[in-house]
Design a protein around this ligand. Structure first.
Ligand SMILES: Nc1ncnc2c1ncn2[C@@H]1O[C@H](COP(=O)(O)OP(=O)(O)OP(=O)(O)O)[C@@H](O)[C@H]1O
Ligand SMILES: [Mg+2]
Length: 284
């Protein structure tokens, strides 16, 4: 199988000595939809930033990250042509999402910039065809009505959807979404996850999405990679991540992933994976 994402021997120590990523090895096939879970501080965002080539791994280490076969970084050095590689990677990262004062449509059109002449893009001279494509993308994520609105006036869920629309216009083959539903209500979360699922299924886009709730991983992603203190502690079917399994992996920290009902002591009897969905449905 050809891989969309390959990570070999990835280690990252921050200047303060923190070993944030410990010997990460990961292969994600083209067209997969994979959840990345882990407690706060486990390294999810750090891993995502390394994949996007925004942060370099430890210098001199034998690490290598490839996306669609192209090197993003190797031995702690970001590839010279990382911009070209990044053109195929859609990022739905909270801190880079949208330019608040620009209209939603323009934010989405920015997804074209690697193909459009930069100056033309900055002046807002997009062709009618480009505008139509951006509007189509906004329709697909259900926020076409908001196209002329300033991005800063969108709700959190709408902003995430606009960021996903931008990855569509960009024709990204890989989407990295870092906690896209972290601050959303259940209905907005469901919409964002369903849109990611649709672009995965309909367009064959590879999706890696970090999530706090294991129920969401179970519901939307066939495969889960679980991080604990910078290490991959589980990589396999999401359905196998029962509350018991999570307690084995995370101990008391498992409660961070489970709904209150699952986390109570009386709920500690072995529960089949399907029960997680049930609990989620009851809680919603
Ligand atoms: N620039 C940095 N300098 C020093 N330490 C950092 C830096 N960035 C992250 N860390 C540390 O690395 C660890 C992993 O952080 P990261 O943001 O990747 O966690 P996370 O899994 O995304 O957490 P959350 O669920 O809260 O978003 C944390 O201990 C964090 O404090
Ligand atoms: Mg994070």
């Amino acid at each position: 199988m050809s891989h969309a994402i390959t990570v070999n021997g990835l280690n990252k120590h921050f200047a303060n000595g923190r070993h944030a990523l410990c010997d990460i090895n990961l292969q994600i096939g083209k067209g997969e939809m994979v959840a990345l879970i882990g407690a706060s501080g486990s390294g999810k965002s750090t891993l995502m930033r390394h994949l996007a080539g925004l942060v370099a791994a430890d210098k001199g280490s034998a690490s290598e990250i490839r996306i669609n076969g192209d090197i993003v970084q190797s031995r702690g050095r970001i590839a010279r042509d990382v911009r070209r590689v990044r053109a195929g990677v859609g990022m739905v990262f909270q801190q880079f999402n949208l330019v608040g004062r620009l209209p939603v449509l323009t934010n989405v059109l920015v997804g074209q910039l690697h193909r459009t002449h930069l100056l033309r893009g900055l002046m807002g001279w997009f062709t009618r065809h480009e505008r139509a494509q951006a509007l189509d993308a906004l329709k697909r994520v259900g926020i076409a009505e908001q196209a002329p609105q300033r991005a800063s006036t969108l709700s959190g869920g709408q902003q995430q959807r606009a960021a996903i629309a931008r990855t569509l216009v960009q024709r990204a083959q890989v989407v990295l979404a870092d906690e896209p539903i972290a601050s959303l209500d259940p209905e907005s979360s469901r919409r964002v996850m369903e849109i990611l699922t649709r672009i995965n299924r309909e367009d064959g886009v590879t999706v890696l999405v970090s999530l706090h709730q294991v129920e969401m991983a179970l519901r939307y992603c066939p495969r889960t990679v679980a991080l604990h203190q910078g290490k991959v502690v589980y990589d396999g079917p999401s359905a196998a991540l029962t509350p018991d399994m999570l307690r084995t992996l995370y101990g008391m920290q498992a409660d961070e992933f489970l709904s209150p009902v699952e986390a109570t002591p009386q709920a500690q009897a072995p529960a089949p994976a399907a029960n997680l969905g049930l609990v989620m449905a009851q809680a919603a």
